[in-house]
Design a protein around this ligand. Structure first.
Ligand code: HEM
Length: 489
C-alpha cells in the first residue's frame, strides 16, 4: 500500500505540515525529546513528522507504547536502514543493523545466554555471590582509590572520565577476561569518545534522513566513523588472540563461548539458521559497546545529582551506615534493605531519562495503531522521556523527588510505581543487559556512597542541562570528593 492509500476504517496520521526537502527538521530542533513531547500534547500519542523526505512516526504515552511494542510487538520490532547505523560494528551490529528477523532473533538469544552465563558464574571466592558481583566490587574499590589519588594530586576530578574506565573493566572482564589500568591510553581514547557516538545515532539526527547532508564536512560524523573503525580494530585484535589460544575444555569468557558456539555448529549438520561466524563472534562488539556507555552515563549522572542534592546524599549515606555498616563492602543482596538508594536510582532514571528515545524502530509490515494507518518500513521513534515526565503518570514530573517511589511508611519501594519508569525499552527489542545494568548502577553507587562524600568545587555552579544524544550526558565538569572517616561520619 502507498502511504496515501488509507485502508477503509483507518485514519491518516496527524502531525505538523512538513516543508519541502527538510520536512520538520527545524521544529524538531536540537532537543527532540522536548520538541516531540510538546508535539504529542498537540497531536496525541501517535503522530507523524517528516525528517528530510522521510516520514517518521513518533509514539508517546505509556499505553500506546505498550500496545505497539508488546501487544503488536512483531510489527514494530524492525530497525530502519539509517545511514549512521551502517558504520556501527561494520554494519553487522545486533542492536542497530537491519538483520532479517530470524538472524536477529538467533543472535539475540545467543547474546542473552552468553551474558546470563557469564554474569552468574561462581566468583573466585565464597565472598562473592557471582562473578558479576566480584568484578563490580573490585572495580568499585579501585575507583574509590583512584578518585582519592586524583583528589590528592589535583584537588578535583572529572566524574565520567574515571567512572567509564571502571564500568568498561566490568564488561571487559566478562567479554574478554581482562581489565585495563585507569591510565591505559588506548582504552581511554575509545571510552572517552562515546559522546560523538551518541550524538550521531540519537533519534532525529538530520544526516540520517537528508542524503545531501552526508556530503557536507562534519567533524562529529568524522569522529563517529573514526571511533567505530577503532572500536572494531580493538575488538578484532582481542578476538584474534582468543581464536589462537581457544581451548574447548577451558571456556574463559563470552568471546570464547561465542567461538565455541561456531565450532559446535560446524559439527551440527542440522543447524538451520544461517548466521556467519563473523556475526556470531561480532556479538561481543555490541555487548562491550552497550555495556559501558549506558551504565557509566547513569553513574556519572548519579554523582552529579548527589552533588546537586547534598541532603539526599547524606540521607543515602546514613541508610548505608545503618543497614550495611562501614566495615564490609556492600553486596548485591543488600538491595532489598536499601529502599532509599533504590528509589534514588529510579528517580535518576526517570528524571534524567538519559536514554530519551529507544534505538529507532521500524514497522515490519503494514499495520495500524489507535486507528491510524502505518505502512511497512516506517521509521518509529519511541519517546521514553515523555512517558517519564507525563503529568498523567507523575506528580510534579520536573521535580527530583526519590521519595515518590517509597511506600507510605518509607520501608520499601512501591513496585507499581517503579514499573512506570521506562529506560530499557519494552517488548521484543527490550534491552538484554537490564539485569546487569541495574546491578552495576546499584552496587557501584552503594560502594561510592559508603566511602566517599561528593562536593561541588567552590565558586562553580553545576550545569545539569543534558546534551542530546542516544544517551544524554551532563556537561563534563570537575567535582571534589573526600573520604568518609569511619567513626566520625
Ligand atoms: C538495547 C537501555 C545496559 C545491551 C537497549 C535499548 C535501550 C537500552 C533503551 C533499546 C531498546 C529498543 O530499541 O527498544 C539500556 C540502559 C542500560 C543498558 C538504560 C543501563 C543502565 C546494557 C548493557 C548491555 C546492553 C549492560 C550489555 C552488556 C543491549 C543490547 C541492545 C540494547 C545488545 C539491543 C537489543 C536489540 O536490538 O535486540 N538498551 N541498556 N544494555 N541493550 Fe541496553
Amino acid at each position: 500500500l502507498l502511504r496515501s492509500d488509507i485502508p477503509e476504517g483507518l485514519r491518516r496520521l496527524p502531525g505538523p505540515k512538513p516543508l519541502p526537502i527538510i520536512g520538520n527538521v527545524l521544529e524538531v530542533g536540537a532537543n527532540p525529546h522536548l520538541s516531540l513531547t510538546a508535539m504529542s500534547e498537540r497531536y496525541g500519542p501517535v503522530f507523524q513528522i517528516q525528517i528530510g523526505m522521510r516520514p517518521v512516526v513518533v509514539l508517546s504515552g505509556s499505553e500506546t507504547v505498550r500496545q505497539a511494542l508488546i501487544k503488536q510487538g512483531e510489527e514494530f520490532a524492525g530497525r530502519p536502514d539509517l545511514y549512521s547505523f551502517r558504520y556501527i560494528n561494520d554494519g553487522k551490529s545486533l542492536a542497530f543493523s537491519t538483520d532479517q528477523a530470524g538472524v536477529w532473533r538467533a543472535r539475540r538469544k545467543l547474546a542473552m545466554n552468553a551474558l546470563r552465563s557469564f554474569a552468574t558464574l561462581e566468583g573466585s571466592s565464597s565472598e562473592y555471590s557471582c562473578v558479576l558481583e566480584e568484578h563490580i566490587s573490585k572495580e568499585g574499590e579501585c575507583l574509590v582509590k583512584q578518585l582519592s589519588t586524583v583528589m590528592e594530586a589535583s584537588g578535583s576530578f572529572d566524574p565520567f572520565r574515571h567512572i567509564v574506565v571502571s564500568v568498561a573493566n566490568v564488561i571487559c572482564g566478562m567479554c574478554f577476561g581482562r581489565r585495563y589500568s585507569h591510565d591505559d591510553q588506548e582504552l581511554l581514547s575509545l571510552v572517552n569518545m562515546s559522546d560523538e557516538f551518541g550524538q550521531v545515532v540519537g533519534s532525529g539526527n538530520p544526516a540520517d534522513f537528508i542524503p545531501f547532508l552526508r556530503f557536507l564536512p562534519s567533524r562529529t560524523m568524522k569522529t563517529f566513523m573514526d571511533l567505530n573503525a577503532r572500536f572494531c580494530t580493538f575488538v578484532q585484535r582481542i578476538v584474534k588472540e582468543h581464536y589462537k589460544s581457544y581451548d574447548k575444555n577451558n571456556i574463559r569468557d563470552i568471546t570464547d563461548s561465542l567461538i565455541d558456539h561456531c565450532e559446535d555448529r560446524k559439527l551440527d549438520e542440522n543447524s538451520n539458521v544461517q548466521v556467519s561466524d563473523e556475526k556470531v563472534v561480532g556479538i561481543v562488539n555490541d555487548l562491550f559497546g552497550a555495556g559501558f556507555d549506558t551504565i557509566s552515563t547513569a553513574l556519572s549522572w548519579a554523582v552529579v545529582y548527589l552533588v546537586a542534592y547534598p541532603e539526599i546524599q547524606e540521607k543515602l549515606h546514613q541508610e548505608l551506615k545503618d543497614k550495611v555498616g562501614m566495615e564490609r563492602t556492600p553486596r548485591l543482596s543488600d538491595k532489598s534493605s536499601l529502599p532509599f538508594l533504590e528509589a534514588f536510582i529510579l528517580e535518576i532514571f526517570r528524571h534524567s531519562s538519559f536514554l530519551p528515545f529507544t534505538i529507532p524502530h521500524c514497522t515490519t509490515k503494514d499495520t495500524s495503531l489507535n486507528g491510524f494507518f502505518i505502512p511497512k518500513d516506517t521509521c518509529v521513534f519511541i519517546n521514553q522521556w515523555q512517558i517519564n515526565h507525563d503529568p498523567a503518570l507523575w506528580k510534579e514530573p520536573s521535580s527530583f523527588i526519590p521519595e515518590r517511589f517509597l511506600t507510605a511508611d518509607g520501608t520499601a519501594v512501591n513496585k507499581a510505581d517503579a514499573e512506570k519508569v521506562v529506560v530499557f525499552g519494552m517488548g521484543k527489542r527490550r534491552c538484554i543487559g537490564e539485569a546487569i545494568g541495574r546491578s552495576e548502577v546499584f552496587l557501584f553507587l552503594a560502594i561510592l556512597l559508603q566511602r566517599l562524600r561528593f562536593h561541588e568545587l567552590p565558586g562553580q555552579t553545576l550545569d545539569m542541562t543534558p546534551e542530546y544524544g542516544l544517551t544524554m550526558k551532563h556537561k563534563r565538569c570537575q567535582l571534589r570528593a573526600s573520604l568518609r572517616v569511619r567513626d566520625q561520619d
